[in-house]
Design a protein around this ligand. Structure first.
Ligand SMILES: NC(=O)c1ccc[n+]([C@@H]2O[C@H](COP(=O)([O-])OP(=O)(O)OC[C@H]3O[C@@H](n4cnc5c(N)ncnc54)[C@H](O)[C@@H]3O)[C@@H](O)[C@H]2O)c1
Ligand SMILES: N[C@@H](CCO)C(=O)O
Ligand code: NA
Length: 447
């Protein structure tokens, strides 16, 4: 044991406490794997905590901790994008390596933060920021480094998946399940981030960058959450052999095919996927990311996407990488920077300006629920509009009238560019026989 590596943990909530517990539980394991002593020297907390080892300095001055001589690695787990950004930039400036679980911060300010870290020859590691305990950042940046990623699709919000699973399997009300997810430490401080898809969009921005070698572009991610999903659609989807999951997609499009544009699709939304797809059977707080790359083909990574233990596992995996960097023989040679995988997997000068496609340029299959008066010819009118638009129907389900004289018609389509679907829906909604807005949910065979 030649070195002692000194950690600071900023924020003692779900994740920060999880990290302390993990270190207490597995300290021997950590030492045996790294060959170093690992010590928490300082913690950043708003109020003094009597349950913390008295040898650890407690302070509410996070900026002082970020610059402390008694700290080698700063673990930022306070969340938010204002103070967290200032503290991380200050830590970098003071030559500290940083580990963060903060996907909101990286999705919005990661380009700036990573550039600053490169300049100061330190690392900002972020395994915990995407898919909790699943080592997906490590996989994408290192294990798949020889592949060209074609697309990826993932369940990347644990809270949302937990809510949808409990609603589908047990018929529990949305608000109840969300409260439970909060009590279990899964949800964001503002849970609208979870249920409106924003948290998934943050993570997708990160995944897409390391998949395709593009700068972080969170503002261009198309984002829909789970709040509009009804039990009625969940049940119709199941009847047709599909399951609705909230998924993030990053897809490379090469401009071939009708109306196809060249660029990258970045989108998070509820999606019908085949019931027998592995992703359809990832339930509760579990996350899963399916990556299709050349020449490897499809690989799937699955595990707990949120919660204290899973997230602490990811934080400490990053810490272990940094402990090895700090313990290496040439750790003092700042120009070398240790075993350096670029922050966004590709060397910064090689990040590409491939365009991110607009929503209307994206191509997906669709589930449509149309409510119509039960008049002769109504189904023919709808299918004619779709076929005139060049949209291929894959399946139709017509349910018995649920209100007097009105029938729900469910239509599944093959992939079509969104602008064409928008026009077709506009025409369908103008038919005299149509009583409500058309409900649309995207569909993907994951093939
Ligand atoms: N909970 C999870 O499952 C999970 C998983 C992955 C990533 N994350 C991310 O990890 C981060 C932390 O999440 P969490 O669930 O632990 O949140 P949390 O709300 O449980 O914990 C945050 C802690 O930071 C403290 N804090 C905030 N500002 C502070 C300040 N100025 N000084 C001192 N302490 C301060 C809060 O008091 C709180 O104890 C967030 O960025 C979140 O997105 C959470
Ligand atoms: N709130 C997030 C935490 C993990 O990033 C989720 O539920 O997935
Ligand atoms: Na992870």
């Amino acid at each position: 044991m030649s070195h002692s590596i000194k950690l600071a943990i900023l924020g003692l909530g779900t994740v920060g406490t999880g990290v302390i517990n993990l270190i207490n539980d597995n300290l021997d394991e950590l030492k045996r794997r790294s060959g170093q002593d690992i010590t928490i020297t300082e913690v950043g907390t708003r109020r003094h905590r009597d349950d913390i080892d008295p040898n650890i300095m407690q302070s509410s001055d996070l900026m002082a901790i970020a610059a402390s001589d008694n700290v080698d690695i700063v673990i930022e787990v306070i969340g938010g994008t204002t103070l967290a950004r200032e503290v991380i930039m200050h830590a970098i400036k003071n030559g500290k390596h940083v580990v963060t679980a903060n996907k909101a911060l990286l999705a919005e300010h990661g380009n700036e933060i990573f550039a600053f870290a490169e300049e100061h020859h330190v690392h900002v590691a972020y395994e915990a920021a995407v898919a909790g305990g699943i080592p997906i950042i490590k996989v994408m940046r290192e294990a798949l480094a020889a592949n060209k990623v074609e697309w990826l699709a993932g369940i990347i919000n644990g809270t949302g998946n937990f809510i949808m699973t409990e609603m589908r399997d047990k018929g529990r009300p949305f608000a109840d399940v969300l409260s439970e997810a909060q009590a279990l430490g899964y949800a964001e401080a503002d849970p609208t981030f979870d249920v409106e898809g924003i948290d998934a969009a943050h993570k997708l921005a990160l995944l897409a960058s390391i998949a395709f070698g593009i700068p972080l572009q969170f503002d261009k991610v198309y984002c829909e959450g789970i709040t509009g999903i009804t039990l009625q659609d969940v049940n119709y989807a199941e009847e047709l052999g599909y399951r609705i999951k909230h998924l993030g997609f990053a897809v490379r499009r090469d401009g071939t095919g009708d109306d196809a544009a060249t660029g990258v699709e970045l989108r998070v939304h509820p999606t019908l996927i085949p019931q027998d797809a592995l992703l359809a059977n990832v339930n509760g707080v579990k996350n899963a990311v399916l990556v299709n790359s050349h020449p490897l083909g499809q690989t799937l990574y699955c595990g707990d996407g949120a919660g204290a233990g899973a997230t602490a596992s990811a934080v400490m995996a990053d810490v272990m990488d940094l402990v090895r960097v700090l313990g290496s023989k040439d750790a003092d040679d700042k120009s070398n920077n240790g075993h350096h995988v670029p922050h966004l997997a590709f060397i910064p000068e090689q990040l590409s300006d491939t365009p991110i496609l607009r929503a209307e340029q994206m191509t997906t299959g669709y589930y449509l629920r149309v409510h119509a008066y039960d008049n002769p010819g109504v189904l023919a009118d709808i299918t004619r509009i779709l076929s005139d638009a060049g949209i291929n129907i894959d399946a139709i389900l017509q349910k018995p009238a649920h209100k007097v004289g009105q029938v729900p018609v469910i239509i599944l389509t093959l992939p079509v560019v969104e602008s064409r679907m928008n026009l077709a829906i506009e025409k369908i909604e103008k038919l005299d026989t149509i009583t409500d807005k058309v409900v649309r949910i995207r569909l993907d065979e994951l093939a």
